[in-house]
Write a protein that binds this ligand. Sequence first.
Ligand SMILES: [Zn+2]
Length: 243
Amino acid sequence: MATSSGSQSPASIARAAAAPNHLAETPAGATLASAICDRLRGEILAGRREPGAKIRLEALKAEFGVSWSPIREAVSRLVAEGLLLNDEQRGYRVAPASRAELAEVLRLRVLLETMALGAAIEQGDDAWEAELLAAHHRLAKLEDRRWDPADAERWETWHRTYHDALIRACNSPILLQFCHLLHDMNDRYRRLYLSAHAFDRDVAAEHREITAATLARDAPRARELLAAHIERTGHNILQSMQF
Ligand SMILES: [Zn+2]
């Protein structure tokens, strides 16, 4: 999976998933290989490249208009992160999705995010409360109105911002990095298997209750509600996986 070095850190994976995929917006100094790697990672995590899909290096080379070297470096990094597989006969493929992996991601998310939420409730200050309130308000406005499929990408962004805001004050950067990585992995499954479903109205009520318990500094209740939120959505994804 992800290593602790450079652009392969969980934080970079989280950033790549959140960032728009345009090579032209690559920050100065970032290498071409990093830009290609970030874009492919974003496409895999967003489900735009499906599990098991073949990665044709020739096509990538033509698409990006670059030499072989950055292409090879980019795919090697994604193999190291576990998002691509490489075997001699079949070449590069997007890592398959499995029920076992999702179940593990859900177990770890419940464990680590509820730990982070408990710490944030203990240590968060007024600025954190204000940030959480704002993040929830923006998400709730979107969730309360009549659902429009055109809002899906905006919901993805604001939903992520909200869940980040909940735990940001935990004062443990490494814990936050792991939470972001697991959230990305979970989102990949949700986008792959629930994107065709209607918006789940229970989600809005769950976000409201989690926010209220968190702002009331009721850590046991907030942790319980967050765990139930992660587990319920996860259960819906598992049910949609027909294998
Ligand atoms: Zn949520």
